[in-house]
Design a protein around this ligand. Structure first.
Ligand SMILES: [Zn+2]
Length: 138
């Protein structure tokens, strides 16, 4: 699985992408979920997230998808480190960087991190986006 958004090619191995990964669940950003469970189809997913949200403060890492070098900041000129091969945990809080509680960051995640300026759009994953909306002018 390729990073959705990357900041640069990896200066360590030369071939990987330095993708932005978010570790932990984002805090729920809705203030009005008093008792609105009935209509939303995504209620089960958010409930699972809510269970995990108290475990760890979500944070971002920059990880090479080839050699797994890790940067704590969205700047590959800063010091990098490598995770433990056995458990590959975040150096920030010990959360597994490839586990259920983490994912390649979406643009929304990256905005939450405040790292949008670091993203290089030319390195975004190719999503085979359906762009035929332009053709349908009827
Ligand atoms: Zn690398």
């Amino acid at each position: 699985m390729y990073p959705l958004h990357s900041i640069d090619f990896c200066p360590i191995c030369g071939g990987g992408l330095c993708g932005i990964r978010i570790i932990g669940s984002l805090p729920a950003d809705s203030n009005n979920d008093d008792s609105a469970d009935s209509a939303t189809a995504t209620a089960s997913a958010t409930a699972a997230d809510a269970q995990n949200s108290s475990l760890a403060q979500p944070h971002g890492l920059v990880i090479c998808d080839e050699c797994e070098a890790i940067w704590l900041e969205p700047d590959v000129s800063t010091v990098h480190q490598y995770p433990d091969l056995e458990k590959a945990a975040s150096p920030v809080n010990g959360m597994p960087i490839w586990g259920d509680g983490s994912r390649w960051a979406s643009m929304e995640d990256i905005e939450w991190l405040g790292w949008t300026e670091a993203v290089n759009p030319e390195l975004d994953a190719e999503l085979d986006a359906d762009s035929d909306s332009e053709e349908k002018l009827v």
